[in-house]
Write a protein that binds this ligand. Sequence first.
Ligand code: SF4
Ligand code: FES
Length: 333
Amino acid sequence: MEKVKVTIDGITIEVDAGTSILNAARQIGGDVVPPAMCYYSKLKDSGGKCRTCLVKVSKGSEKDPRPMPKLLASCRTAVMDGMEVQNITSLEVVEARKGVVEMLLINHPLDCPVCDQAGECHLQDLAYEHGVEKTRYEFERRTFDRIDIGDKIQLHMTRCILCYRCVFVADQLTNQRVHGILGRGDASEISTYIEKAIDNDFSGNVIDVCPVGALTDRTFRFKNRVWFTKPVDAHRDCPTCSGKVTLWYKGEEVIRVTAPKDQFGEVEDFICNTCRFETKNTSDWVIEGPRQIANTSVISSNHYEIAQPPPVIKTNLVLQEANKEQFEKATRS
Ligand code: SF4
Ligand code: FES
């Protein structure tokens, strides 16, 4: 396959032609990876909805070096040979991301203290890094009743950021989609039409892909804060899915089963509802060992560090050199 070179925040990498900027950044890893609230590599056509992954293309390509006039969604923009991209080394991007977070939080309630997703919520992390303390919004917020989607899943529409991931899961994994996004603009909502239960083997995966606490596991609700639980990797011989899971222990008791997630918060493999909801005894599983959780995660450290954006500029000498101009600008004011 044809290879192209792209430079992101001063680091150059060679990737397959057609790779998105976001996936090229993921191949580099670390701080240069833009956040992604709607893109999900395992779900076809996902991305392009949330705008958290915006980046600045300061050089279009070797052939046409003109910068792109506007910030671009990195999950939907393919790299070109010689392209130069700025993520957190661009003040414009950092500012725009703040704006996106502010917009996402207009209707999203700040109920992290009672939300089961706290500690694993991408919006909570983003709000922590980029959020502002006050809101400028003076109008009425959207309100919805809580909806039970079957006996295992609950939808809190007020928390939904309309990323479409759950719709793609239902479409692509279950062949039996009975829910979708109804309405347009600020009237959009996830709905099952007549609140019809999603009832099939893979429906529980909507819980894992939801980047916020809009879709939660009713069998785990209010049982514990996730950072007080002990995650353990395990597998079983499952006829329906890979049978590879993470068990979340409270003492001796398995209080939740999820698919194992990678460093980008995406599941490694989708799992079936039997593994997720019906097999919660240790004897159902072959235990592999403790799940490695990034030490930057609140789950392993039990607290948030003081946010110091953009950290990479301060800590990486290569990036400081490569982004001298931006670095000087950023520290001048
Ligand atoms: S319910 Fe969750 S996964 Fe579904 S669109 Fe809303 S935020 Fe996305
Ligand atoms: S992750 Fe790119 S627009 Fe949402």
